[in-house]
Design a protein around this ligand. Structure first.
Ligand code: 16G
Ligand code: ZN
Length: 524
């Protein structure tokens, strides 16, 4: 049997400690860290096969993002930085659910189904976050890759977006940039510094930033960025790793709790930039002169970015189709603002980056953001070439647009690259964060979760805005919503936890809370 050795290790060293069926979901596999060794090992095997299948380097990121420190997880990154292809998500699920003595059989089945030439080189790039368990789990991934004769390049502790970046650069022959961590910092920081020096407006803009690193890898990345930014920003980093990862700080805490992060001084009128545990999500917040808290989330970032890019495109005389992709979680006020005030088309995708990314590809310039602060901008080849040609010909603001393009990490949502993009735009507009916040006012909203016996009984359609099953639930929700002024609500099963999520929006906070509770009762 070709995979005897791989199966031997699965039985002897990385035996399965869990009998539950688990599924490769929107965030790959995620669980308590002490239950993940066998999964890591098997994902190492799978990453090796995927590398042979695509004749390219495949990425493996060990992280549980914004989840608690005792959790961990694993995600595979496809050759061009995309999330793993759906057919391979299915292979991952089958491989992880197989018994220890069924591992070789599943590997052989995948090889035959995908017609893989197993003599090919299998190169896997591995990255990990700062969780204490990530080191041990990395060893399990490496054991998997090497058990099928593959080769690992271990990038150590790096953010999720840096891993996506190096995988993409390596596989496209370094067209997009140098396939090294240093190359990443240099490309983005240089573009930022250049853009800033070519932009004159300052107005209310102030370069002072309080940076909330969530006690994770993003704090390290920000520290490194500061070595390349030539003092153009005055960043003070908090939550550098002295506290518990994601605990009462970071992007998810600020977004969900709608609170200022612990560990960051409450300085009025100075913006705080919070990122998550693996550095792919970003949320801004500020305390105004009265000490009132304001949060600027992924929707606010998306509208700021789309508006600015549209202006640059128009002034450069380019005919490029620009659009914005959101999810059902986008605040209704943001959707109304972007469609009615800015005249930019908006598409709605299901939760999860791969869905937004795919939908953004229908535009020449696709801006996509989840309200939770995860997102980026992608440019079609046509758009990229048109921008570069116009920049050479010095048309309007095309040069600036081409510099903006280099600040963006198109390979995946990237908290710090997104922050540098926001800072570039605020600087160019001469805006303070409160000026930015004035573009529109969020409708009051509430998110809740409910635990049910089986969350799979809830299925949805229309980008998760309507329930299909169980029968009668959508009618019940419609009836509840109709009693609220400007009411909107939807429910969906979480893709990462064993819960059902409820979202509600209404004209006052009290009504939004009330609506969420009534809908939660209908689900329960
Ligand atoms: C994952 C997704 C994130 C999404 C979240 C929703 C990726 C890389 N990450 O973390 O985009 O917002 O799941 O979680 O796609 P939920 O299904 O529990 O609401
Ligand atoms: Zn994350």
């Amino acid at each position: 049997m070709a995979y005897t050795r791989a199966e031997r290790l699965a039985i002897d060293t990385y035996s399965k400690c869990d009998t539950r069926e688990i599924k490769y979901g929107t965030a790959g596999f995620r669980s308590k860290a002490d239950q993940l060794d066998y999964i890591m090992y098997r994902m190492g095997l799978l990453a090796g096969l995927r590398a042979q299948d695509t004749s390219a380097a495949i990425g493996v990121m060990i992280t549980a993002s914004h989840n608690p420190e005792q959790d961990n997880g694993i995600k595979l990154v496809d050759p061009m930085g995309e999330m793993l292809a759906p057919a391979w998500e299915a292979h991952a699920t089958t491989l992880v659910n197989a018994p220890d003595d069924g591992v070789a059989g599943v590997l052989e089945k995948i090889v035959s189904e995908a017609c893989i030439d197993t003599n090919k080189k299998a190169l896997v790039f591995v990255g990990r976050d700062t969780r204490p368990s990530s080191n041990r789990l990395r060893d399990a991934v490496i054991a998997g890759v090497t058990a099928i004769g593959g080769e690992v390049k271990d990038f150590g502790i790096i953010s999720t977006p840096i891993l996506h970046y190096v995988v993409t650069c390596y596989n496209d022959g370094e067209n997009y940039g140098k396939a090294t961590v240093k190359g990443y910092y240099q490309k983005i920081a240089q573009a930022f510094v250049k853009l800033r020096s070519s932009s004159s407006s300052h107005g209310n803009y102030d370069p002072v930033i309080l940076f909330d690193g969530a006690n994770g890898v993003g704090a390290l990345a920000m520290t490194e960025f500061l070595n390349h930014l030539q003092d153009s920003l005055r960043v003070t980093i908090f939550n550098k790793g002295e506290g518990v990862l994601n605990h009462m700080c970071g992007a998810d805490y600020v977004k969900v709790q709608q609170k200022w992060p612990e560990g960051v001084p409450k300085t009025q009128n100075v913006r705080c930039v919070s990122i998550d545990g693996d550095g792919d999500r970003v949320i801004y917040s500020v305390l105004d002169s009265e000490g009132r808290f304001h949060m600027l989330d992924g929707d606010k970032i998306a509208t700021l970015v789309a508006d600015y890019l549209q202006e640059l495109v128009k002034s450069s005389g380019l005919k490029l189709k620009l659009g914005l992709v959101q999810t059902a979680y986008a605040n209704g006020a943001s959707t109304a603002y972007i469609t009615k005030q800015l005249g930019i088309p908006v598409a709605c995708a299901r939760t999860g980056v791969k869905h937004l990314h795919r939908m953004a590809q229908q535009f020449d310039i696709g801006v996509y953001f989840e309200a939770n602060g995860h997102g980026t901008v992608i440019f079609s080849t046509v758009a990229r070439e048109a921008i570069q040609a116009a920049a050479k010909a010095k048309e309007g603001h095309a040069e600036k647009l081409s510099q903006v393009l280099d600040v963006i990490n198109e390979t995946v949502g990237d908290a710090i690259s997104d922050m540098l993009l926001v800072e570039s735009i605020l600087h160019a507009r001469g805006w303070s964060v409160l000026d930015w916040n004035e573009a529109y006012t969020d409708f009051p909203n509430r998110q809740m979760t409910v635990t049910v016996a089986d969350r799979a009984v809830i299925t949805t359609t229309d980008a998760e805005r309507e329930c299909v099953t169980p029968e009668g639930l959508q009618d019940a929700i419609n009836k509840i919503v109709s009693a609220f002024s400007k009411g909107r609500s939807f429910v969906r099963p979480s893709g990462t936890e064993d819960i059902v999520r409820i979202y509600a929006e209404a004209s006052t906070q009290e009504e939004a809370d009330n609506l969420a509770i009534q809908v939660a009762c209908a689900v329960y």
